[in-house]
Structures are given as structure tokens and as C-alpha cells.
Write a protein that binds this ligand. Structure first.
Ligand SMILES: [Zn+2]
Length: 436
């Protein structure tokens, strides 16, 4: 039977504080028009007294500042007939920080971000795919402590760490249950990082974290429902409904990479099935096809670009060859974009989101992939549903992973925290210095 929970007085306060902080965050996107106390009361449906008390607490903690409009300012303030001018309230972006950690395949990124998910410093580290999970997490812990020391922010202002990890994640316990691309099984990421760094840690699937990043700090701020679809070594989607992640009944919602598109004649997928989306559009698949085409046509532009001795990632060379009109490269990329469009049409038929944001290599090859995927989506989705959905690419670029992880930490330890605000500042004694 369902439980219908009441709320005690402490939770009521935390709940109200969430409404205030999230309203201030939403208003923060529109810098020209900060909210007044009265507007905040209207938006949250709280009394003026409650707003006054909560705002006083936030100002005292240095998290909110007051913006007194000048007498000569244009617009509304100038025209206000009588009474005090409205005081605008703004979040102080650097009042607190979080660490966002993106664990991908063969690399991790660590970044320090403020309350607006703006990056202050970051580090990217390549990891040999054979490295054990324990060693990878040990290194991530070290990188985090080093970055906190170098970035010179007051440590008591760092609220916690958000981790976006590849694969299936048990969010309650912060455990990576299964990451086939990393060969990780039951890795207690939260406990290992928490004891290494001494900060609270929250863990989520990396693509889901990216979806959250878009919903609160990116292009999805205004969307009631969105899907973030990421493609790299794997392909996955994060689904957000009403600004909340939809994880499904056993955290498997959004496994779009294993949407089966060619069950009989398709290639074998690492999941055990045939013809999954991943076998048609993932980066290694496209690169495999590119190398095959280059071997068949060694004098061609694609072969030439693939063997250039520079640092450009191979997928970028494939896109470059397609942009320069190489027929093989164009065929490989456009056929992947069509399959992606089919998968998106299926996604739209089931989930019908307002907005779909593409990330990873789909955003890298935006000029080539987006028009084809959009056209296919519109053709294939049921009853013109594909024409109503907005299809875009992320504007975060490579930052999408760390921004998503930081968003997860910001929501968990700040904007949607369930305890009183005073409890958020982590005690300084918890921190340990990085070993020299
Ligand atoms: Zn599969």
C-alpha cells in the first residue's frame, strides 16, 4: 500500500527553503530582473513573514545579496509612485562550491563549480582502460584534493561532490552496479571517495547527471520534460519530467543504446542482443567503418586524414572528411544520423518530451548529424509528434559531464537539500590534505 507522509516542522522549513532557493536559481537566468521579497512570496505561495525570515537567514549565510535599485535607474523603479523601491535578491554565485566528477570510458574529469554551475577550475586525466576501479577512484580522490588545494577556495565552502559514472548506478547507496564499458561490478564509489576526500558524495549515471545539468543550468530550464541523449563509446539517455529525473523501477530508464532496431540481421551488441542502436551509431562502430573504408580506398581523403600524425581525435577526423565532401565519410556519418533519428522517433512515441538535447559526439558532429536526425525523426514519429519536439545539441560541449555531476551535487547538497541550511557547510575538520 502507498504511504502518504506528513511533514514535521523541521522538514517544512527545509521544504520552504528549497522553494526559495530554486526560485532564486530560476530567476538567476534572467540577470536583469532579480526577484523582490514580494515576488518571491507570490512565486512560492509563502507568507511575507516566512520569506523575510528565510531570506534573512540566506543573507546572513552570505548566500543571497540585496540589490538596491538606484534612484536614476530606468524602467519600473523610476516610475514607482510612492514607497520604498523594491529590493532585488540575488544568489551569490561564489558563496558555496561543489566538485563535479565525470567518469567516462578511458578518462575522468574533475571540476570545481559555483552555485551557478560555472567552472572555476578543472582537470582531465586519461586512464588506461585496464586500470582497476580501486586505482581509478584513488586517483580521482587525489586529483580532487589537489584541485581543492590549488583552486584556493575556502574549504568550508565546498558542499560536496557529485559523480556521474558510466553504467548502472544504485543512487541510494552510491554504488556502480555494472559498467560494461569499464568492466566495473558493484563498485562502492560513494564510500570510497567519501573516505578519501572527506566530503559528502552523491553518485548518478553520467548521462542522467548531464540531463539534470541541462534541466537546471542549461537549455532545459524552461522545459517541463526533456531527454538528454549522449553518444560516445556507449549511447544513453537521461529523462527529466517536471525537473525530476525519471529513473524507472530498477534505474534502467533511458537505456536507449539498447533499443533494438535490427534484431535479425544486426551486429551483435555487448549486451547480448543483436542490432541495438549502439551497434549502429556508437563512436567505435563509426571508427571501425571509417578504417574499413580507408583500407578499401587508401588514396582517398578519409584514409589521408585518418593517418595524419596529429592529436586530433579520430572521430573528429571522420567528421572533417565528411565536411570536406568525402563520400565514404558522409555515408558513414549520415547513415548513423538516420539510425539515431529512428531511435529518437521511437523515444518520442513513448516519452513525447518537449525537448531533446544531444551530447557527446552527436554534438561534436552537430552540423552533419542534426539535420539528418531531425529530418528522420519528423518523418518517422507518429502523427507529427516529431515536428513538435525541439531537437538541439548541448551548449556545454566537453563540460556537459562535469556540469551534470556538479548539478547533481548542487541539487543534493544545496537547492534540494532536505535538512536545515545551517547543516550544509561541511565541518572543516572533515577535510584531509592531499598527500605530498
Ligand atoms: Zn545492446
Amino acid at each position: 500500500m502507498r504511504d502518504f507522509l506528513g511533514s514535521n516542522i523541521v522538514n517544512v522549513k527545509a521544504h520552504n527553503m528549497q522553494a526559495v532557493l530554486l526560485s532564486l536559481l530560476a530567476a538567476d537566468a534572467n540577470q536583469d530582473q532579480p526577484l523582490s521579497r514580494i515576488q518571491l512570496a507570490q512565486k512560492t505561495n509563502l507568507s511575507n513573514t516566512t520569506i523575510t525570515n528565510l531570506v534573512a537567514e540566506l543573507i546572513e549565510q552570505g548566500m543571497v545579496s540585496e540589490d538596491r535599485p538606484s534612484r536614476t535607474a530606468d524602467g519600473e523603479e523610476q516610475n514607482r509612485p510612492v514607497g520604498r523601491p523594491r529590493t532585488g535578491l540575488r544568489l551569490v554565485p561564489n558563496a558555496r562550491y561543489v566538485v563535479g566528477i565525470h567518469i567516462g570510458v578511458g578518462l575522468y574529469r574533475v571540476a570545481l563549480m559555483n552555485l551557478r554551475a560555472e567552472m572555476l577550475c578543472s582537470e582531465m586525466v586519461n586512464v588506461d582502460i585496464q586500470t582497476s576501479a580501486e586505482q581509478v577512484l584513488e586517483r580521482i580522490g587525489h586529483s580532487t584534493l589537489e584541485m581543492l588545494a590549488q583552486c584556493a577556495v575556502k574549504r568550508e565552502r565546498v558542499l560536496g561532490i557529485g559523480v556521474g559514472a558510466s553504467g548502472l548506478v544504485d543512487v541510494q547507496n552510491g554504488v556502480n552496479l555494472f559498467a560494461p564499458n569499464l568492466n566495473w561490478h558493484n563498485i562502492p564509489i560513494r564510500d570510497m571517495l567519501q573516505s578519501r576526500v572527506g566530503l559528502p558524495v552523491v553518485v548518478e549515471n553520467n548521462v542522467r547527471a548531464m540531463a539534470l545539468g541541462e534541466a537546471y543550468f542549461g537549455q532545459g530550464r524552461e522545459a517541463q520534460s526533456l531527454a538528454f541523449v549522449y553518444g560516445r563509446v556507449g549511447v544513453g539517455a537521461g529523462l527529466v519530467v517536471g525537473h525530476e529525473l525519471f529513473r524507472g523501477s530498477s534505474t534502467g530508464a533511458g537505456e536507449i543504446g539498447h533499443m533494438i532496431l535490427a534484431p535479425e540481421q544486426g551486429e551483435a551488441c555487448r549486451c547480448g542482443n543483436r542490432g541495438c542502436l549502439e551497434t549502429l551509431v556508437a563512436e567505435p562502430v563509426l571508427l571501425h567503418k571509417a578504417h574499413q573504408a580507408a583500407a578499401a580506398n587508401p588514396a582517398g581523403l578519409l584514409a589521408d586524414l585518418l593517418k595524419q600524425p596529429d592529436e586530433t581525435p579520430p572521430i573528429e577526423r571522420l567528421f572533417q572528411a565528411a565536411r570536406l565532401g568525402d563520400a565514404d565519410a558522409l555515408h558513414i556519418v549520415e547513415s548513423a544520423a538516420r539510425w539515431l533519428g529512428i531511435a529518437l522517433a521511437n523515444l518520442v512515441n513513448i516519452f513525447n518530451p518537449e525537448l531533446i538535447i544531444l551530447g557527446g559526439m552527436f554534438a561534436q558532429g552537430r552540423d552533419l548529424i542534426l539535420p539528418v536526425a531531425r529530418h528522420t525523426l519528423r518523418q518517422a514519429a507518429f502523427a507529427r509528434l516529431g515536428e513538435k519536439v525541439r531537437l538541439e545539441t548541448t551548449r556545454f560541449g566537453w563540460r556537459a559531464g562535469v556540469t551534470g555531476a556538479a548539478a547533481l551535487a548542487l541539487l543534493t547538497f544545496f537547492y534540494q537539500q532536505t535538512s536545515s541550511i545551517q547543516a550544509t557547510a561541511a565541518p572543516a575538520a572533515l577535510y584531509t590534505q592531499p598527500s605530498p
